[in-house]
Design a binder for this molecule. Sequence first.
Ligand SMILES: Cc1cc2nc3c(=O)[nH]c(=O)nc-3n(C[C@H](O)[C@H](O)[C@H](O)COP(=O)(O)OP(=O)(O)OC[C@H]3O[C@@H](n4cnc5c(N)ncnc54)[C@H](O)[C@@H]3O)c2cc1C
Ligand code: SF4
Length: 576
Amino acid sequence: MPGDSLQVNINTKGKVANTFDAIVIGSGISGGWAAKELCEHGLKTLVLERGRNVEHNKDYPTAIKDPWDFPHRGKLPNALVKENPIISKCYAFDETAQHFFVKDKEHAYVQEKPFDWIRGYQVGGKSLMWARETQRWSRYEFEAPARDGFAVDWPIRYDDIAPWYAHVEKFAGISGNKDGVEHLPDSEFLPPWQFNEVEKVIQQRVNTHYKDRQMLMGRCAHLTEPAAIHLEQGRGKCQARNMCQRGCPYGGYFSSNSSTLPWAKKTGNLTLQPDSVVHSIIYDDEKGKASGVRVINAQTKEVTEYFAKVIFVNAACLNSNLILLNSTSDRFPNGLGNDHDILGRYMAFQNYRGSLSATIDGFEDTYYYGRRPVSPLMPSFRNVYQQQTDFKRGYLVFWGAYRNRGKEIPDASVGSGFKESMSEAGEWSVYMSMQGEVIPKVENHLSLSKNLKDEWGIPQLITSIGYDDNDEKMVKDFLEQGAEILTVAGCKNIVPRDSKQAPGLDIHEMGGARMGKDPATSILNKWNQVHSCKNVFVTDGACMTSVGNQNPSLTFMAITARAANYAIDELKKGNL
Ligand SMILES: Cc1cc2nc3c(=O)[nH]c(=O)nc-3n(C[C@H](O)[C@H](O)[C@H](O)COP(=O)(O)OP(=O)(O)OC[C@H]3O[C@@H](n4cnc5c(N)ncnc54)[C@H](O)[C@@H]3O)c2cc1C
Ligand code: SF4
């Protein structure tokens, strides 16, 4: 058994009380979906969450505060930045939302190569602070590894997952426009957000100039017009305040806290247990499957075992890898399901390094109202239908126009002149940023430290993940193409920027326990079951064979719902 110190104190009393039909590890976006599906189908489900409880609305202490209610007007004080050099790089970590983020000193890890690991340890996980951009993958992403010769072939295709996209979209509520683009398929949409006047002009110029590039309205998990299913969840219409990472009192955006977890609770089948750090999965050699999990109480450090017929691993990509690597037994000395040294390897993420800024003249008589919580986008136009460049795969572009607040007054930040200038609208600016597909590689990997442990006696995670030549070429191409597109759009003062930021800050890490057809080259089968331990399902970012250029969480939701419904069917048939 791993973690020898645990052996002495395990509380195995009340095995019956500790036995459930299903255990879900993690209560974030994917864990919430697993819980909802399993509970709805009658399974007594235990959700184990390492962080504190966060109840919808009740535990959003800053949600309706104004800037003057915060000691630093919502900005980060220098001392907090100094104490948190990693997490303070994340745009959403500010005085208004900092309570939902893991601080640097709280949960150490080892960066063999620089990796900014952004985490939210609480009920709801990162579903509370995410930016809610949600696009489907197309068939081209699922076919890419086989076509372009990297990673391994996905064991599923777009048609396998399309019904599950529809299933989660209707419940979560996704706004967007039906654009009919084959490589960015439409969702089951609520009404879209609107372009502002400058974006309409840019869209017209760009869409006329290019055959392969278009500006579309972004798709996001916001209730622009709640349907009956959303009202039944107790959620209401989004008020366009864009203060979402504080938690939304209206339930205007999708989070586990506002949507899937309360829904699961209503069934009477959910046991949600915060402060429960999963140490490892218990493997039963005789039965040839997992029997449960070992849990350490976050406060008391007491160790308890819980048992179930089926286990869903949804601790978010890196932590799910950590749990699997730490789940050692006679049968799996190198981690659960890790017969071929694949676990923790082929890690990938999305390349956010490139951005451009520009200005556009005129339009002084136009403005917009409300804070639209989504950005327009341009679907990938590189290497979609055929290989066109000297790098593999492509990038999605987020872009849009906004009007600056205030006229420029050199060096002023106080005084009546400054105050008056702030009451006038400034010039229009245009921004552009990339979301590039990173190719999974064997050398981009995770492992466990042999000597460093965390407060709960669990080995610290070592990240060894970096860029390669493909990523460098992609950034260069984006900056060149972006400048060209902005010129076509009529922009001036175009400034390209390569932030050189470390991987991780994209917060779209994926892989390590990838899906595949062959147990020798992958950890999970097409239903997200560990090939060699079929009652363990991994359905968060860890399962991803490749990463696409779209935001990933909608795909995690769909994959989770699909796998959970398969598990339910298999349980009914007595196969698990
Ligand atoms: C600022 C920000 C912006 C983002 N924007 C977007 C976006 O626009 N679109 C998009 O698609 N994605 C976005 N993301 C990423 C998105 O939040 C994640 O992809 C998503 O939350 C992953 O879901 P998950 O269930 O895998 O993990 P999480 O939501 O992180 O949930 C994992 C849960 O597991 C718990 N846990 C971890 N280890 C253990 C353990 N050992 N025992 C018990 N519990 C454990 C954690 O505490 C956590 O609650 C963003 C993230 C952030 C932070
Ligand atoms: S913008 Fe919408 S979802 Fe976000 S906090 Fe405001 S009302 Fe809620």
